[in-house]
Design a protein around this ligand. Structure first.
Ligand SMILES: [Zn+2]
Length: 100
């Protein structure tokens, strides 16, 4: 096997929560067709589930949490004003030990 030399431009990216979005919480009863009203407030969905349990004695729910993310190039000139938070997904160099 010959040596394969890969020449590629190393571009750092990072993923952030999509601007102007919140995590949406949903719940579906596993015993009937009831669903909680989707909300960005997880506690509100919990209360709806407990209220449903009080009415129906149904106790199992499927929770769904939906969030939106956004991948950005981690280059200062493309993200002016955005702090570099040290969460860069840099690729470890070949042969280097990665265990801490
Ligand atoms: Zn139910």
């Amino acid at each position: 096997m010959g040596t394969i030399r890969a020449a590629y431009r190393h571009v750092l990216h990072r993923i952030i929560q999509h601007p102007d979005t919140d995590i949406t919480h949903e719940a579906q009863c596993l015993s009937c067709a009831w669903e909680a009203s989707p909300s960005t407030d997880a506690a509100a969905v919990d209360v709806e589930c407990m209220s449903h349990t009080g009415r129906s004695n149904h106790r199992s729910f499927r929770r769904v949490c939906t969030s939106f993310t956004f991948v950005v190039r981690d280059e200062p000139r493309e993200t002016p004003g955005m702090p570099r938070d040290g969460e860069e997904h840099s690729r470890p160099r070949e042969g280097s030990a990665t265990t801490a």
